[in-house]
Design a protein around this ligand. Structure first.
Ligand code: BGC
Ligand code: NOJ
Length: 817
C-alpha cells in the first residue's frame, strides 16, 4: 500500500493522505537554522544545536504522536467552524490534502468548506529564520470572512532543562510584543544574547503569548479556546508557557486569493552579556531589517527559487540514468539529500533522536561525508578539521561532540576503537574527490591538549598508531568499548539495569579483539600508505605497509572460522561469531569489511563468507546483522542481547551494513547479487509495502525488523543513518562503477547482465564527465574500452581536465579486445 508518490521532475515526494503510519518528515534549513517538519506540519526548530538552542517545543513520546508544530488555524467567522489545513492538530475531514516534501522545503495544503489553503515552509539560504508562506483562496460563490491563528510553543532554549526543570521554567519565560512582532526573550535579561521572533505580514487583530490563554485549561491544540471563541486577549506571558499566536482577519471575495507570511526567526545581538537590570530588551534593529525584508511575497518567492537552484546545483554533481527508476530517484535526489542532511545534523535531531542526546558522532560524521563530499567539498573539509580537533594525543577520539562548543562529550568519552580509523577513511575520500592535498597541512590542535597542534596528516598517522598501539593476544585490534557495532560491548559486563552499557565502566580491555577493526584498518591504512608515499614520507609508508601485512596475516591465522570470518574474541578470549557458538554464529560486518579490504579475494574465503551471508543472513527485506539472534541474555557481550531477537543490533536488517555487502559482492564481480541486495533495502522499491515498512519511502532507515522479530520488514529510525552515504557509495562507485581515486575518476562497473546501457553525469575536479556505459555483450564486469571526447584512452582512469568543460566519455564493457 502507498500513501503517496514520487514526483521525480520536481524532486518531491507527494503524500496524499495525512494519516501515514508514522509522521513522515523532512528537514528545513541546514547549516545553522534547522527544522524538522512532518507531513502534518509537526516538528520543531533549532539554531545549530538541537539541545542548547531549541526554538520551539516538541514532545517526544506524546500521544497522539506529533502534536506540536507550526500550525495555522483557519476560522470561518460566519459559523465559527475552524480547521487546520495541515490536518493536525484539528484533524478534520479535509479535501485534496497533499504534502509535498522537497529539498529543504515542504508544502502542505488542503481544502475545507470551500477554502483552499496551502503553506510552503522553508529556511532561506544563509538566513536564520523559517518562512511559512500561506496562500488562501476562496473557492465559494460568496465572500468569506475568515480569521487565521498562527501558533508555536516556545522552548526555553535548553531542551533538556525545558523538559525537566519546571520549578525554574515556570518562572523564567518572557515574551514581548513589539510593533506586531512577538519576541521570545526568555533569559535574555541575563546570560543570553539571543532571542526568537515570530512575525506576520498582516496587521494583527490580536495575539496571544500565554498558552493557557490560547488553549484554555484542559484543552489541547486541537481545540484552542481562543479559536473556538474567535477572540484573542493580547496576553503577555511571564513565567508559565510562552507561545506565539497571531490573530489575523481576512475577507476574501469569491475566487480571491491572499498570501500571508509568517516568520519564525533566531537572532543574536552583539551587545555584551550579562547586561543586568535595564538591559533586558533585545536590540531589534538587525532582526527588524531581516523581518521586513522577508515579509514580502516577491522576496519569499525569490528565496525559494534560490534554495531550489542551490539543491539543483549540488545534485548536478552526480546524476544517473539507469533502467531502474527506483535507483535513479534515490541516487539523483533522495539519497544524496539524505546524506547531506545526515552530514548537517549528524545524529542529533530526528523523530528518533531527541536533539538532546548524541550531538555529532565521530564515526558517524566521517561516514556521512562519504555521500556528500562531491556536493559540498568545502563543508566536508571544514568538518574533517573539526573532527580532527576532537581527536586526542593518543590518536583516539571522543565518540561524540556538541556542535556549538566542539567539546568532546565526556559522558560517553572515548575508547570506541574503530573511531579514529574513520577519520583516515573520510580524509582519503575527500582527497580522492577534490585533489586538495593542502588539507593535510592544516594545523589542528588536539582535543585533550589544545597547546599541541599538528598538521592533519600527523593526526592521521596517530589515528593509525592508535590501532597499532592496541593489539590483542592474536595480533588483532583490541575492541575497547566497542567498534562499529556500538552494542557489542565485550569489555563492559554491566548487570546494573540503571547503568547504560555505553557509559558503564569497562575492564582493562587487553583481550577482546575485533576482526572488523582489522578489516577497517587495512582499508584505511592502504589509503594512508598511499598518501604517505605521495607526500614523500617513505618511512611512514613502509611502516604502514608492514602493519597492513601483519594485520592481514593475523586475520588469516585467527580471523577465519572455516566458513566465514569471525567477528571478535571476547574478554575471556572466546570466539564471537563462530559456528562453535550456540547463537550469534555469523555476523555480517566482517563478511563485508574483509573482502572490501581485499582479504580472502584470492583464496576463495571471500566467496565462501559471502555465500554464507546469502544462505544465512539474506532475507527479502535485506540482510540481517547476525544469526541466530540472541534469545538468551548475554551480559558478557554487552548491550547487544538486551534487544529482543530481530531488533536493532540483535539481528535486525541493520541497513548501514548492507551496502558493505554490496561492495564486497562487487569486489567479487557478482553483479546480480550486488544489485539485488541494493534493491532489497532501497526505500523507493519498498514504497509499495509502506504499510509494512512504515517509515518514509524516500529515505533509508537505520533498521528493518529481522526475521526473528514479530513484525519482520518494519523499518525504524529513518533519516539519520550512515546507510544513506554507504548506499550512495555502493551504487555509484561500485555498481555503476564511477569511482574517485587519487589519480582521477576510475571506471569499473559491476552491473547485472541485463543492464545494457546507462549514463552517469559526474562533476569532478573542475570538469563534467558525461559518461555513457554500454554493455553490448551483457557482461557483469570488465571494461573493453573507454573513449574520451572520441579518443581511446589507456587504462580505466579518466584524465583530470579541470577546464570547466563537459567531456563525453563512452565506456564499452566486455572482455578487453
Ligand atoms: C545505537 C547506537 C547507540 C546505542 C546506545 C544502539 O542501538 O545503534 O548507535 O550508541 O544504541 O544505546
Ligand atoms: C548507530 C550509530 O550511530 C553508529 O555509529 C553505529 O555504528 C551503529 N549504530 C551500529 O551500532
Amino acid at each position: 500500500m502507498r500513501y503517496g508518490h514520487f514526483d521525480d521532475r520536481r524532486r518531491e515526494y507527494v503524500i496524499v493522505r495525512p494519516d501515514t503510519p508514522l509522521p513522515w518528515i523532512n528537514y528545513l534549513g541546514g547549516d545553522a537554522f534547522v527544522g524538522i517538519i512532518s507531513n502534518t506540519a509537526g516538528g520543531y526548530s533549532f539554531y545549530r544545536d538541537a539541545r542548547l538552542r531549541r526554538l520551539t517545543r516538541y514532545r517526544y513520546n506524546d500521544v497522539p504522536v506529533d502534536g506540536n508544530g507550526r500550525y495555522v488555524y483557519v476560522r470561518d467567522e460566519e459559523d465559527g467552524t475552524y480547521w487546520s489545513p495541515t490536518w493536525q492538530p484539528t484533524r478534520r475531514d479535509l479535501q485534496g490534502y497533499s504534502c509535498r516534501h522537497g529539498l529543504g522545503y515542504t508544502v502542505i495544503g488542503a481544502s475545507y468548506v470551500g477554502i483552499d489553503a496551502e503553506t510552503t515552509y522553508f529556511v532561506p539560504l544563509d538566513e536564520t529564520l523559517e518562512i511559512w508562506s500561506m496562500r488562501l483562496t476562496n473557492c465559494r460563490d460568496e465572500p468569506a470572512r475568515l480569521s487565521l491563528y498562527s501558533a508555536v510553543e516556545f522552548c526555553l532554549w535548553n531542551a533538556l532543562e525545558d523538559a525537566t526543570n519546571f520549578q525554574r521554567n515556570l518562572n523564567i519565560g518572557e515574551v514581548a510584543v513589539e510593533a506586531g512582532v512577538i519576541v521570545h526573550k526568555t533569559e535574555y535579561r541575563e546570560r543570553r544574547n539571543h532571542f526568537a521572533t515570530f512575525a506576520c505580514s498582516e496587521p494583527l487583530a490580536g495575539f496571544e503569548t500565554q498558552r493557557d490563554a490560547f488553549l484554555g485549561p484542559y484543552r489541547g491544540w486541537n481545540e484552542p479556546v481562543a479559536v473556538a471563541r474567535g477572540e484573542t486577549s493580547n496576553s503577555l506571558e511571564v513565567g508559565g508557557f510562552p507561545v506565539g499566536v497571531h490573530h489575523v482577519r481576512l475577507d476574501l471575495w469569491p475566487g480571491a486569493s491572499k498570501r500571508v507570511i509568517f516568520l519564525l526567526g533566531y537572532h543574536e545581538d552583539r551587545r555584551e552579556t550579562p547586561r543586568g537590570p535595564g538591559g533586558e530588551s533585545p536590540d531589534m534593529d538587525g532582526a527588524r531589517r531581516t523581518i521586513e525584508r522577508y515579509l514580502r511575497a516577491d522576496v519569499v518567492d525569490e528565496a525559494l527559487e534560490r534554495l531550489r537552484a542551490n539543491w539543483d546545483r549540488r545534485l548536478s554533481a552526480l546524476q544517473v540514468a539507469t533502467p531502474e527508476p527506483d535507483v535513479d530517484r534515490m541516487i539523483n535526489t533522495w539519497t544524496a539529500y539524505q546524506s547531506a542532511v545526515a552530514f548537517n545534523v549528524s545524529r542529533s535531531a530526528s523523530r528518533y533522536e531527541s536533539g538532546i542526546g548524541r550531538g555529532i558522532g565521530f564515526r558517524d560524521a566521517n561516514q556521512d561525508l562519504l555521500g556528500s563530499v562531491h556536493m559540498i567539498p568545502e563543508k566536508a573539509r571544514a568538518r574533517i578539521l573539526d573532527l580532527a580537533s576532537t581527536q586526542l594525543v593518543s590518536g583516539g577520539a571522543y565518540h561524540q561532540y556538541q556542535p556549538l562548543t566542539r567539546q568532546g562529550n565526556d559522558t560517553i568519552g572515548t575508547g570506541f576503537n574503530d573511531d579514529p580509523l574513520w577519520l583516515i577513511h573520510a580524509t582519503a575520500a575527500y582527497l580522492k574527490e577534490t585533489g586538495d592535498w593542502s588539507v593535510l597541512d592544516e594545523s589542528v590542535a588536539y582535543g585533550d591538549d589544545r597547546r599541541t597542534s599538528e598538521p592533519l596528516y600527523d593526526h592521521l598517522i596517530r589515528a593509525a598508531g592508535y590501532t597499532l598501539d592496541r593489539l590483542g593476544p592474536h595480533g588483532l585490534p583490541l575492541i575497547g568499548r566497542a567498534d562499529w557495532n556500538d552494542c557489542l560491548n565485550l569489555n563492559s559486563h554491566s548487570r546494573d539495569p540503571d547503568e547504560p552499557f555505553q557509559t558503564a565502566p569497562i575492564r582493562d580491555g587487553d583481550t577482546a579483539e575485533s576482526v572488523f577493526i582489522a578489516g577497517l584498518f587495512c582499508i584505511a591504512c592502504d589509503d594512508l600508505a598511499e598518501i604517505a608515499r605521495r607526500r614523500g614520507d617513505a618511512a611512514a609508508e613502509r611502516r604502514l605497509r608492514t602493519a597492513i601485512g601483519a594485520m592481514r596475516a593475523a586475520v588469516d591465522r585467527h580471523g577465519w572460522d572455516g566458513g566465514w570470518f569471525l567477528r571478535a574474541y571476547d574478554a575471556a578470549g572466546e570466539k564471537v561469531g563462530s559456528h562453535e557458538n550456540g547463537e550469534g554464529q555469523i555476523f555480517i560486518e566482517p563478511q563485508a569489511i574483509c573482502p572490501m579490504a581485499g582479504i580472502g579475494l584470492e583464496d576463495g574465503r571471500a566467496t565462501s563468507a559471502l555465500d554464507a551471508v546469502e544462505r544465512r543472513l539474506a532475507t527479502e527485506h535485506g540482510i540481517l546483522l547476525l544469526q541466530p539472534a540472541y534469545t538468551k541474555y548475554r551480559p558478557d557481550l554487552g548491550e547487544i542481547s538486551s534487544y529482543p531477537p530481530g531488533y536493532k543490533e540483535n539481528g535486525s536488517v541493520f541497513c548501514h551494513t548492507n551496502p558493505w555487502v554490496v561492495i564486497a559482492e562487487c569486489r567479487l564481480g557478482r553483479a546480480d547479487r550486488a544489485w539485488d541486495y541494493a534493491l532489497r533495502i532501497n526505500p523507493a522499491k519498498r514504497e509499495r509495502i509502506s504499510e509494512i515498512h512504515r517509515c518514509e519511502p524516500y529515505v533509508y532507515a537505520q533498521t528493518i525488523v529481522g526475521r526473528d522479530g514479530r513484525d519482520h520488514g518494519r523499518a525504524r529510525n529513518s533519516w539519520l543513518t550512515g546507510t544513506a552515504s554507504w548506499a550512495y557509495v555502493a551504487m555509484t562507485q561500485w555498481i555503476l562503477g564511477v569511482r574517485p581515486t587519487f589519480d582521477g575518476l576510475e571506471i569499473d562497473p559491476c552491473v547485472p547482465a541485463d543492464v545494457r546501457e546507462y549514463r552517469v553525469v559526474r562533476r569532478f575536479r573542475g570538469a563534467t564527465y558525461d559518461i555513457r556505459v554500454e554493455n553490448p555483450d551483457g557482461v557483469a564486469r570488465g571494461v573493453r574500452g573507454i573513449r574520451v571526447d572520441g579518443e581511446e584512452i589507456d587504462g580505466s582512469v579518466l584524465p583530470v581536465f579541470d577546464d570547466r568543460a563537459t567531456h563525453r566519455v563512452t565506456v564499452t564493457l566486455g572482455a578487453p579486445s
